[in-house]
Structures are given as C-alpha cells and as structure tokens.
Design a protein around this ligand. Structure first.
Ligand code: AMP
Length: 361
C-alpha cells in the first residue's frame, strides 16, 4: 500500500530518532504524529501532532491508529502485543515480528545462528542461582546482560572471574519478562579488532539497500563515533555481514531500516545485536549519503521507491555529543564544515544530547 505525500506518519516514541524521522518526513510533505508516554520530547518540536499515552493504553492507541496512515516506531521498548493491536487498524512497519525478535536477545541470537551466522557464546540465565552453571558453560571474561530493555550499555555487567557473579547479578537488576522469556543471558566477551554496523533499508517489494558500513567506537557502552569508510579489519568482512543482515531482513519480511551490529574478528563477523529501526550509527547519512537512513525509512514504510545510499563525499565521521559535551557548540559552529545537530534535551551525564558530522570532500 502506498501512503502518498500529504499523509500522516504515526511514530511510537518521541526521542531524537523520532525528531529526525519527523524532519525527514516533513521534507517529503508528510506530517508526523508522535505517540509517547511523556508530555513532550525531542520530537515534539518538529511533529504536527503529539499524543501523550502509555504504550499499553489500548483505547488511546486505537484512537492514534485511526488518526494516522501508517505507524512506525523509533525505539524497541514497546510491547509487541500493543503494536500488533495497532496493526489491526492501520499498516505497521516494521512488523511486530521484527520488533519481537530484535528486542529479545535470545531470539535475535537464535535467528542469526539458524541463518548460519556467528554470535558470542551465550547461555540463558533464568535466575541468580543459574548464573554459576552459565559461567561454567560460557567461561570468563563474560558479560551479563538483561534480555530486554538494554541500550547504551545499560543492563550490562562485566564478569572477569567467577567470584564477580553475584555482584553482576545485583548490578543488572533484571527486569520482569513474559511467558517463557528469561530475564538475562551470559555472553562470552569477544576479542574484537573493531565494531561495525550494517544499516539496511528494505522496501515493501522486498528490495533492500545498504549504506557504506561504518566502523563504530564505543565509550562506556555508548556509541562515541561512526566513521565511513571503515578500516581494513572491517572492510574484508562487509560482504558476509551484509549477506547476513539481508538474510535476517528477508526472514522477518522486514520493511524499513534494520541495523545489525557486529564485532570484527579474525574469523569473520560476530553478530552482537540488532535494532528494527534507524540507528545512531547511521546519523552520518544525513549529510554523508545521497539519501539518509531517515528519508529511506519514510520512503520504505510509505511504499515509495528507495533513494540511493552512496557516499556524498569521500568519507564521513559522526561524533556523538554526550552530556555536557553539547556545550562545545560554539567551537563546533566555528568549524565551517562541521554539521551540528542538537536534540533540545536538558543535560544529564551519559545522555545523548546531539551529534556532529564531518564529511570529507
Ligand atoms: P550492546 O548493548 O550489547 O551493544 O553492548 C554495548 C557495547 O559493549 C558493545 O558495543 C561492545 O563495545 C561491548 N560489548 C557488548 N557485548 C560484548 C561482548 N560479548 N564482547 C565484547 N564486548 C561487548
């Protein structure tokens, strides 16, 4: 189904990804209607409509669904059942199935293994008592991770030796899960040469495009920089990683942007995690690519042809501005070629406040 320009795109979530999606939508003549639990957020300043509501408020979600032409989401901590109910009234892209798999670590790892890809060794940890057995299987060094709601290194604790298990379990404070879901997994620590992500956009007709693959550097579990082209350790793994990401998107019949993060190792790409949405490691595409991840996501969910993803320059680097780093804006604006993005948030330590992109010509 095509949603022509002039239509209204419903977005679950009102953070900076919603803000950048709404801006890309506006450029193509669409209106954005945000649904989020807060009274306002980074997306509220650039969206035509904002509904404040809980993600489990079925009546309000139904009203929202009836007011828009297509629904998408900008973060994955939405209940897939709520999204499925919205999907009974209006088209939802990506599908609740994509959401369900990407938000639950065991499901995404199992899918990748089924498709012949590699992940870090891992074991489910249903409760604190099961941690010792998981440590015996996976070994150390390891990372204990919550299976749901993890982002920017939150819900993770490093375990360097078996004695650190108890404190790690207390540190992650595993959240409640539904049905047979486990609250945590233990993952072996991968000795990687680099980290990178494949940002793919798949259209309703099944065709997909990928951008140049950025090499990502994390600091304290939070993305610090994304650079294209990536270095040698990543370059040689790109064909395999792109093929895997495409296989995942095809299997899920995904529509829109899908981002998969990988570790580069001597033995090939090791899948870390994925997100059924536009991604921080793709922000450089706004100035650094012919079509940005945000615009192509809008095009995909509206049933329009996708735009070219080629580099707009020789190279591009995106640097995140975390916490009070946003205060560097005068110096960044004094750099004629630096493109500054500020999300309009109040400063908190560890909070993503904005980013700056430099495109090499
Ligand atoms: P995640 O939220 O799973 O993406 O983890 C955040 C960051 O922690 C990753 O980008 C890596 O830098 C690091 N990390 C996560 N899992 C592992 C692992 N199994 N081995 C080594 N580093 C990891």
């Amino acid at each position: 189904m095509i949603v022509p320009p002039g239509g209204t795109i419903g977005i679950l979530g009102g953070g900076q990804l919603g803000r950048m999606l709404a801006m890309a939508a506006a450029r193509l003549g669409y209106r954005a209607h945000i649904y989020a639990p807060g009274a306002s957020g980074p997306a509220s300043e650039v969206a035509a409509h904002w509904t404040q509501g809980a993600y489990d408020d079925e009546a309000l979600l139904a009203r929202f669904a009836d007011a828009v032409d297509v629904v998408t989401y900008e973060f994955e901590n939405v209940d897939p059942r709520a999204v499925a109910r919205v999907g009974e009234r209006v088209a939802v892209h990506p599908s609740p199935r994509s959401l369900e798999v990407s938000r639950y670590r065991p499901a995404e790892k199992t899918l990748v293994a089924e498709l012949g890809g590699r992940t870090a060794p891992w074991a489910p940890v249903p409760d604190g008592r099961a941690l010792a057995a998981a440590l015996a299987t996976v070994g150390t060094p390891a990372i204990l991770k919550t299976t749901l709601f993890g982002y920017d290194g939150k819900g993770q604790a490093r375990i360097d030796d078996d004695d650190a298990g108890a404190s790690a379990w207390a540190a992650i404070g595993a959240p409640a899960t539904a049905g047979d879901q486990v609250p945590a997994i233990l993952e072996g620590r991968v000795a990687f040469a680099a980290e990178f992500s494949v940002i793919l956009c798949r259209a309703t007709d099944g065709r997909s495009v990928v951008w140049d693959v950025p090499e990502n550097v994390h600091r304290d579990g939070i993305l610090a920089t994304s650079t294209v082209p990536s270095g040698e350790a990543v370059q040689r793994l790109i064909p395999d990683a792109v093929a895997m990401t495409r296989a995942i998107a095809d299997r899920l019949d995904h529509v829109g942007v899908l981002t998969a993060e990988y570790f580069a190792t001597d033995d090939g790409p090791v899948f870390n995690e994925m997100a059924p949405r536009v991604h921080n490691s793709g922000h450089w595409t706004i100035e650094g690519a012919v079509t940005s991840q945000f615009e192509n996501h809008v095009r995909a969910i509206c049933g329009l042809p996708l735009g070219a993803t080629s580099l707009a320059g020789r190279a591009a680097t995106m640097e995140n501005l975390i916490g009070d780093e946003a205060g560097r804006w005068p110096a960044l604006l004094a750099e004629p070629d630096a493109k500054l993005h500020l999300y309009g948030k109040t400063v908190r330590p560890g909070r993503k406040m904005g980013h700056v992109t430099r495109v090499g010509r």
